[in-house]
Structure formats: C-alpha cells, structure tokens
Write a protein that binds this ligand. Structure first.
Ligand code: S3P
Length: 432
C-alpha cells in the first residue's frame, strides 16, 4: 500500500492512541499465567499483540472479548503444566520480537517442547541474547545461526542468576518469565534501566518479586512456582505511537494537539524530556500513578534546536528515535545520536532506514555505526520514500511528509499495522 501525503498541514484537536503495545503483550502473557480470569481494557490493536494472543490460543488457552474488554482464562503457574500440552505445534511470532523473546523464556521455563518462528524480518533478528542465558541455566534450546526458528526441547530452567549484558527489556522479561517457573529464587541484574512494565505488572498481581536498587543496577528477585492474582487493568495509550503526533505537531506551524490518556512511565516517556531540551512546548497532566503512570499530553508547534543523545538515555527512547530523527530535520543545528547500535537489529536496520528516509527528503544526515548526525534546517521538499517494511519508519516518514512542502508518497506503508493499524485515518482526521 502506498500513501500520499500533502504537506504543510497543521494538526489541531484532541486524539487518543491505542493501548500501549509493551504493556499489552505483558497483560496477555501474565493474564494467561494468573490463577483465574483477568479482564483488560484498552488492549493494543497492534498486529504484534495479536501474535502473542494467537500463540496462547494455539497452546489451548481461552482469550476472548466481552463488552470491549479482553477476557483471559489464566491457568495458574502450577496449572500451566497440565493445561498446556508438553509438545506444542509450531508457533509463528510473525513480526513480533517481543512475542518471540518473551515466549522463549516462558516456554523453556515451563519445560515445553516447541519451535518458534517468524516472518522474514523476525528471522533476521538476534535470539542468542535470550537463548544463551536460558541454556546456561538448564534449558535446552537450539537456534538457527543464533536466530529463529528456535526449538525448545523440553528441559526446564533452574533458578537464574544473571547480569543482563545488553540493555534490553525483552531479555530481562524473558528471563523473569522463565524464573516464574523455576524451583527456587532467581536474581536478574539490569545494569542499565529499561522499560519496567513486567516488574510493575507482577507487583500489581501480588507476584513473588522484589527489586533491590543498587549502585551497579537494579536486582530483580523472583521466587518461582508462586501463583499470581488475576489482572484488572485499563491500559493507557501507547507513548511510542503518540510520539508521531507529538513530533508532527512540533514541526508543523500552527499545530496544537492534546493526546488523552497516554502511558507516562518514566522508562518510556523520556522522549518528552528530550523534546523539551530541544525547545518543545509540551505539557503533561498526570491522571493515574498505579500500576502505570498515565495522563494527557498537550503539544504545540515549537521552534526546535538540535540535541545530543547517548548512553543511558538510549534504552529509554529506543522506539522513539525515528520520530526524533524526523524532528531533527526541522531543528536548528545538529542532532547527534550515539550508542544506539541496537537500532541495527530492530524490525529493519533502523540506522540505515533513518538515513535513507532523511536523504529521500533531501535532508543532511551522516551515518555512524552506532547512530547518526542530522544537520537540521527550516524546511524541506516532498519525497517518494520506502518504509523497508518497518512500521516506525513508515510513521516517521509520514511526519516529515506532513511538514514538507508538496506531495509525498510513502511506499509499503501497510506495515503500520504492526503497532498502529488506524494511524493514517487518525492522521488524516487530525490534520484536516
Ligand atoms: C520492548 C522492548 C524494546 C523495544 C520493543 C518492545 C518490550 O526492545 O524496542 O519495541 O516490549 O520489551 P529491547 O528490549 O530488545 O530493546
């Protein structure tokens, strides 16, 4: 699908974005493990979350909807052993890295035999970051050249003691899910903070978790084989989707937008601090604190300056970097992103995709192994730009197109389904 976008259109009004994708994956997964029925409002409509739901349905767990809520009949931790067959048919995680990595942890923890696979993009993404520590703790998992298809041969995981070397919430969460099934106590240390939704949700479920903050990072302690209370949860809007409307409003003169009920967890909303450093006029109004921080965001067109990003900030804005690159194109001065080599192993090589995207709009960008430098300017012309099948590139390119002069074409834009199926309809409505 190609999408045509006419530029120079201001955004005005109020909108809501679908439920947060990361929180939704965890709500489905932990809902399936809870003892009893969980009810979840505002579950993400993303295809990726559908991949997780379909995986559990394939295991025989009942997930339905009732009056707009997802209703999950959890098996319990002990009950999972009996409710789910020991050998399972192949599970296709499609495009979803979160589904693949979290399920590898959970299913090897539970000692199931199964092969997990995915689409062409997911088949290229690294899996040893979860396979290796799980195998070192008793699992017996075979990967294909370090990637999917990955086969679990049914050996259970022992308590895990591990310091996570890559700052990755997926790795941390995968090991935490395995630890829920292990006989005894696990300790997973995270030297660099990443999104903490699994920790928050386990606490909300009265789960067997304690977190010790130490100078060398957070130590997450989990006692295995304890039961979890069912979830009653309303999931706030996804900040990683909201960011494209925030970026669009920032760079399109005359814009003023309110986004209601967005996740504002500090491990996810750090992009707002980065935008503020660039001179953005953004206000947040916190409405809820527990189990997740959420509220409304007001944003107005702003004259932006370049910014430097690196180190511990990167995991806190990892999914927002394509939107940041779009803003950088319209900012005064240089924007430098360093230490972001993880972007090379996302749904596409996002450093390369960002470089292609910015150049397609005739922007000035230099590529580095671990990031890029954008030399901003006040305006740009239209472009014909490919998405590389990457949803966040499709949305970032649309933002540049909206602020550019003239008519742009976004090729292969259907990939927005991965995180935000209605993105173009909402963009059309809010930009008149
Ligand atoms: C996610 C974690 C991040 C992020 C991904 C979702 C999660 O990946 O990029 O979109 O839900 O845990 P890493 O933890 O591998 O960096």
């Amino acid at each position: 699908m190609d999408v045509i976008i006419d530029g120079k259109r201001a955004l005005r009004g109020t909108l809501q974005v679908p439920g947060d994708k990361s929180v939704s994956h965890r709500a489905v997964i932990l809902g399936c493990l809870a003892s009893g029925t969980s009810r979840i409002r505002g579950l993400s409509t993303a295809q990726d979350v559908g991949s997780t739901i379909r995986a559990f349905q394939r295991m025989g767990i009942t997930i339905g909807t009732d009056a707009g809520e997802a209703v999950i009949h959890g098996t319990g931790i002990a009950g999972f052993d009996d409710a789910v067959p020991e050998s399972l048919p192949e599970i296709d995680c499609e495009n979803s890295g979160t589904s693949a990595r979290l399920l590898i942890g959970l299913l090897s923890g539970a000692g199931k035999k199964v092969t997990l696979t995915g689409d062409d993009s997911l088949l290229r993404r690294p899996m040893m970051r979860v396979v290796e520590p799980l195998n070192d703790h008793g699992a017996s998992i075979r990967a294909t050249d370090g990637r999917l298809p990955v086969s679990l041969t049914g050996s259970r995981v022992a308590p895990i003691h591990y310091r996570v070397p890559v700052p990755s919430a997926q790795v941390k969460s995968s090991l935490m899910l395995a630890a829920l099934f292990a006989e005894g106590r696990s300790a997973i240390v995270e030297p660099v903070l990443t999104r903490d939704h699994t920790e928050r949700m386990l606490m909300h479920m009265d789960g067997p978790i304690a977190i010790k903050n130490a100078q060398r990072g957070n130590e997450i302690r989990i006692t295995g084989r304890k039961e979890l209370s069912p979830l009653e949860l309303a999931i706030p809007g996804d900040i990683s989707s909201a960011v494209f409307f925030i970026a669009a409003a920032l760079v399109t003169p005359g814009s003023s937008v309110t986004i209601k009920n967005v996740l504002l967890n500090p491990t996810r909303a750090h992009i707002l601090e980065v935008f503020r450093r660039m001179g953005a006029r953004i206000e947040t109004h916190v409405r809820e604190e527990y189990p997740e921080v959420s509220g409304d965001i007001d944003v107005r067109y702003s004259k932006l300056s370049g910014v430097r990003i690196g180190g511990r900030e990167i995991p806190l804005i990892i999914d927002e970097i394509p939107a940041l690159a779009a803003c950088a194109l319209f900012a005064r001065g240089e924007t430098v992103v360093k230490g972001a080599e993880e972007l090379r192993v996302k749904e596409s090589d996002r450093i390369r995709s960002i470089v292609h995207m910015v150049r397609a709009f005739d922007g000035n960008i230099e590529e580095a192994e671990d990031g890029f430098t954008v030399h901003g300017r006040s305006g740009c012309g239209p472009a014909e730009v490919d998405t590389f099948g990457d949803h966040r590139i499709a949305m970032a390119a649309s933002i540049i197109a909206l602020a550019a002069k003239g008519r742009s074409i976004i090729r292969n834009a259907q990939c927005v389904h991965i995180s935000y199926p209605d993105f173009f309809e909402v963009l059309e409505n809010i930009s008149g």
